[in-house]
Design a protein around this ligand. Structure first.
Ligand code: F3S
Length: 387
């Protein structure tokens, strides 16, 4: 790899041992993937934040680092709401470890937004180079915004945050952002919600794997793009997709799709992903709710009472911007939690089956929480929790 003078100085240890070690990690990664150089990044998003997923080994490794982020860097959801963890029924021993993890990230200069939707909080621009690691955030940044990031691991995103650069390979290069497969959707409803796009994403991700799909026959809103990408990133390893005439690069580049394999899904096949599995709880907000979704949940809950636990997850700043809606939701008996989610928190491990409007959560809950998952629309989720 071609390193500039500053990179060489970091590698030589002039800016401390931590940056030296992390630069070695980035250079090693870049060498493996054939990167010619490093590229400066606009921001980093760092996963590996829940004590549930990183455990003592992760905490020990993080504690060994001594440097501060040199670019804006935000943390992924952790294992509990940092203010209301008692209410979530979190074990105090877990909470203590989680607080230690958070404290280490604070010391490293990572902003404790604790969200997988950092694109709601700060401007990320078309063409920006990023080092983001949560798979749904990566998919959204690449696809809905037209920014450029590989699907980083937690350590490499953190290394990029502390060094300010990432290896220039993969999705940072325009030539690797072309579609590799066409997905035709037939009979899409007029205004499908996130649950419908989650079901489409579950199916498409399984077929597409790590490819870059070009989707036709749908016109998703930004919440639809979020749900679709999150699910494709979970059941496949999709990090970038294009939607005909919707996503920025599909509007900028005359992508050639002739000759590509085409996979077709019909509405019936997509809706067959939904089931009528009996559930004990309902969870909304994977990825974290947008303002529009939070408002919609409140509208659906006006004058209702929950009959089973209903969890809603969103970034703390999104929650703070909507006190009236949050009050309406909580008046029903539901709870709105920040900093965490249904998958990375141990809170939902107590249920045998959970209903969700998230294709991604439906894919991960069985292995991450030991709970069977039932995917449905947002309306059906609220109806189930209040029936
Ligand atoms: Fe976000 Fe947790 Fe889902 S990190 S994408 S809400 S699994």
């Amino acid at each position: 790899m071609q390193l500039d003078r500053d990179d060489e100085r970091v590698l030589a240890g002039e800016f401390g041992e931590t940056r030296q070690r992390l630069m070695e990690l980035l250079v090693g990664l870049g060498t493996v993937f054939g990167a010619e150089r490093l590229v400066p990044i606009a921001s980093a998003q760092v996963s590996g934040a829940s004590y549930k997923t990183i455990g003592d080994w992760g905490l020990e490794w993080l504690s060994s680092l001594d440097a501060r982020a040199v670019v804006p860097a935000v943390l992924n959801p952790v294992g509990m709401d940092l203010e209301r963890w008692h209410e979530m029924g979190i074990d105090p021993a877990f909470a203590k470890k989680q607080e230690q993890v958070v404290e280490v990230y604070r010391r490293l200069g990572i902003r404790l937004e604790c969200t997988c939707t950092p694109y709601y909080l700060s401007m990320t621009h078309y063409g920006d180079h990023l080092a983001w690691s949560e798979s749904s955030a990566v998919c959204y940044a690449n696809s809905a915004i037209g920014a450029r990031t590989n699907r980083e691991g937690g350590p490499t995103a953190l290394a990029a945050a502390l060094v300010g650069k990432t290896p220039f390979y993969g999705l940072h290069l325009v030539e690797n952002r072309r579609p590799t497969v066409v997905v035709e959707v037939e009979g899409a409803p007029a205004a499908p919600d996130g649950g419908w796009y989650g079901a489409l994403g579950v199916l498409a991700g399984r077929e597409v794997g790590a490819g870059c799909p070009f989707l036709r026959g749908i016109r998703p809103t930004r919440d639809g793009l979020k749900s679709l990408g999150a699910a494709m990133a979970a059941t496949g390893a999709v990090a970038l997709f294009h939607v005909d005439r919707i996503t920025p690069e599909a509007r900028v580049f005359p992508f050639e799709t002739e000759g590509l394999e085409t996979i077709t899904f019909g509405a019936e096949e997509i809706e067959a992903v939904w089931s009528d599995l009996p559930v004990e709880a309902v969870a909304i907000g994977c990825p974290h709710c947008s303002e529009e979704e939070l408002v919609r949940v409140a509208e659906l809950l006006v004058g209702k009472r929950t009959t089973k636990p209903l969890y809603v997850f969103a970034a703390r700043r999104v929650i703070a911007a909507h006190p009236a809606e949050v009050a309406t939701i909580e008046r029903s008996g539901a709870r709105v939690y920040a900093d965490t989610c249904m998958v990375v928190s141990p809170a939902l491990e107590r249920y045998g089956a959970v209903m969700t409007n998230s294709g991604k959560a439906s894919a991960y809950m069985p292995s991450m929480c030991g709970a069977a998952a039932r995917l449905a629309t947002l309306e059906d989720c609220v109806a189930e929790a209040t029936s």
